[in-house]
Design a protein around this ligand. Structure first.
Ligand code: TGC
Ligand code: FAD
Length: 385
C-alpha cells in the first residue's frame, strides 16, 4: 500500500501481504494506468492484461492451491481488489467475476470433476467465466427469474435470457441460474453449446473497459454432470456475498485514485495568485475525502478479520458495499469539482472513475437494496415488497 493509508493499515499486514500488494501496486502503475484511458475511450477490454493478472495470482486468491488458487486469506483478496480498482473498476470487475462469481460457486457447490476440470484453468486464465443471474425484467428481484430448466433423459433443457453479464461474450464457461421445477439451480453452460449465444451489449457510458453481454438460451442442452449441487436463491446470493466483499475494498481503490489526483491538482493549479489547495473550501473537500476513505479502510480491515474468522454475515458485507461505493462516488464527484474543467478530460482519472462507479453503485445489489437488507436486519421487517 504505497497509496493513501492515513491510519497505517499497512503496519497491520504480514510481510506476505505487503510483498504481494506492493508488486500489484507496481503492476497497476506500470501496466494498467498507462493504457486504461484509451481502452475506456475506445470501449475495449484490455485483454493483454488477463494472463499477466493470472501470473500474479489474482484469480482465485482464496481458492486452495490444490485447485490452482493462491490459498490466501480474505484480507489478501480485499487488498488486491483495492489495488486493481485504483486502476479501473473494469479490471476489478473482471477479477471479481472470475474469482467470486465463477471459481467460488464451482469450488463451493461443484463436483470433484467440475472442480478439477475448471478451477485450474480459471486460475491461469486459460478459461474465462461469467455469472448469469440478472434478467431483463428481474434485476433487484432475482427470485422472479424466468430462465427455466427442464429435466430430460440425458440432462437439462435450458431456455431464457440473461442481461448485463460481465465477460459474457469472452466467457468459456457461464454459471447460469435458472429455475428447475420452480426452484433456482446453477448450471455450467460451456461456450459453443448449441442454442447458447452471448452477444455484447454496446453503448455504455460506464465500465467502458469491461465487456457486458446478454446470454441467450434457446433449447440449450446441458449435460447432467453440469448442474451445481445447491438449490434455492441462497446459491447465487452466497456468491454475491463474496463478490460484494471485494467490491467494498475495490471502491476504496477508486476513491484513493481520485483523491490523490485532487490533492496533486490542488497544489499545482493556481487561481487568484495561489494554489487552489490554499483555499479553505478546497481544503474542506480534501479533508472530507481523506476522512471518508480512511473510515472505509477501517471498515474493510475489520470486515476482512470477520471474513477470515468465518464470522462475517451477509449484512456486514452489505454495510461495507453500501457505504464504500457511495463514498467513492461522492469522492469522484468532489474530485471532479476540484479539477474544474480539466476534471472532464481523460488526462485525469476522475471522470472515468465517476462514470464507472455509477455501475458499481447499481450492480451486486443496488445502494437501495443494501439499505433494505440493513433495514431488515435492524427492524426484523423485510421492506422489499
Ligand atoms: P431471501 O428470502 O432474503 O433469501 C433467500 C435465501 O438466500 C439466503 N440469503 C443469502 N445467503 C447468502 N448470502 C446472502 N447475501 C444472502 N441473502 C439471502 C437467505 O438466508 C435465504 O436462505 P434460505 O435457506 O432461507 O432459503 O431472498 P429474497 O428473494 O427476499 O431477496 C432478497 C434480496 C432482495 C436482498 C436479494 O434478492 C438481493 O440481494 N437482490 C439483489 C440482486 C443482486 O445483487 N444481483 C447481482 C447480480 S450479479 C452482479 O451484479 C455482478 S456484477 C459483477 C462485476 O462486474 O463485478
Ligand atoms: P432494478 O432492479 O430495476 O432497479 C431500478 C431502481 O429501483 C434501482 O434504483 C433500485 O434500487 C430500485 N428498486 C428496485 N427494487 C426496489 C425496492 N424493493 N425498494 C426500493 N427500491 C427498489 N448481473 C449479473 O447477473 N451478472 C453480471 O455479471 C452483471 N454485471 C453487470 C455489469 C454492469 C456494468 C451492470 C450495470 C450491471 C451488471 N449486472 C450483472 C446487473 C446488476 O446486478 C443489476 O443491474 C442490478 O442488480 C439492478 O438490477 P436492475 O438494473 O434491473 O435495476
Amino acid at each position: 500500500m504505497k497509496n493513501t493509508d492515513f491510519f497505517d493499515i499497512k503496519s497491520l499486514l504480514t510481510e506476505e501481504h505487503k510483498l504481494f500488494i506492493d508488486s500489484l501496486s507496481d503492476f497497476v502503475d506500470i501496466e494498467i494506468l498507462p493504457v486504461i484511458e484509451e481502452h475506456f475511450l475506445e470501449g475495449t477490454y484490455p485483454s493483454e492484461l488477463t494472463l499477466k493478472l493470472a501470473e500474479l495470482g489474482i484469480f482465485g486468491i482464496t481458492i486452495p492451491q490444490e485447485y490452482g488458487g493462491a490459498g490466501a486469506d480474505y484480507l489478501m483478496y480485499g487488498l488486491a481488489m483495492q489495488e486493481l480498482e485504483r486502476g479501473d473498476s473494469a479490471i476489478r470487475s473482471f477479477a471479481s467475476v472470475q474469482s467470486s462469481l465463477v471459481m467460488y460457486p464451482i469450488y463451493k457447490y461443484g463436483s470433484e470433476n467440475q472442480k478439477n476440470k475448471w478451477l485450474p484453468k480459471l486460475a491461469s486464465a486459460e478459461s474465462i467465466g461469467c455469472f448469469g443471474l440478472t434478467e431483463p425484467d428481474f434485476g433487484s428481484n432475482p427470485a422472479g427469474m424466468l430462465t427455466n430448466a427442464v429435466k430430460t433423459r440425458s440432462g437439462y433443457l435450458l431456455n431464457g435470457a440473461k442481461m448485463w453479464i460481465t465477460n459474457g461474450t469472452l466467457a468459456d464457461i457461464a454459471i447460469v441460474w435458472a429455475k428447475l421445477d420452480g426452484i433456482v439451480h446453477g448450471f455450467l453452460v460451456e461456450k459453443g453449446t448449441p442454442g447458447f449465444s452471448a452477444p455484447e451489449m454496446k453503448g455504455k457510458h460506464s465500465l467502458r473497459a469491461s465487456v457486458t453481454s446478454e446470454l441467450i438460451f434457446q433449447d440449450c442442452e446441458i449435460p447432467e454432470e453440469n448442474i451445481l449441487n445447491i438449490s434455492g436463491l441462497k446459491g447465487p446470493l452466497s456468491c454475491l456475498t463474496q463478490a460484494r466483499y471485494g467490491i467494498a475494498w475495490g471502491a476504496v481503490g477508486a476513491a484513493i485514485a481520485v483523491y490523490e489526483s485532487a490533492v496533486e491538482y490542488s497544489k499545482t493549479r493556481i487561481q487568484f495568485g495561489k494554489p487552489i489547495g490554499a483555499f479553505q473550501l478546497v481544503q474542506e473537500k480534501l479533508a472530507y475525502m481523506l476522512t471518508e476513505i480512511s473510515k472505509a479502510q477501517l471498515i474493510n480491515f475489520r470486515l476482512a478479520q470477520l471474513m477470515d474468522g468465518g464470522n462475517a454475515t451477509p449484512q456486514h458485507v452489505s454495510f461495507a458495499k453500501r457505504n464504500n461505493v457511495r463514498m467513492a462516488l461522492d469522492c469522484a464527484r468532489i474530485a471532479r469539482e476540484i479539477h474544474g474543467a480539466n476534471g472532464i478530460l481523460s488526462e485525469y482519472p476522475v471522470m472515468r472513475h465517476a462514470a464507472n462507479l455509477e455501475s458499481v453503485l447499481t450492480y451486486e445489489g443496488t445502494h437501495d437494496i443494501h439499505t433494505l437488507i440493513l433495514g431488515q436486519h435492524i427492524t426484523g421487517i423485510a421492506a422489499y415488497e
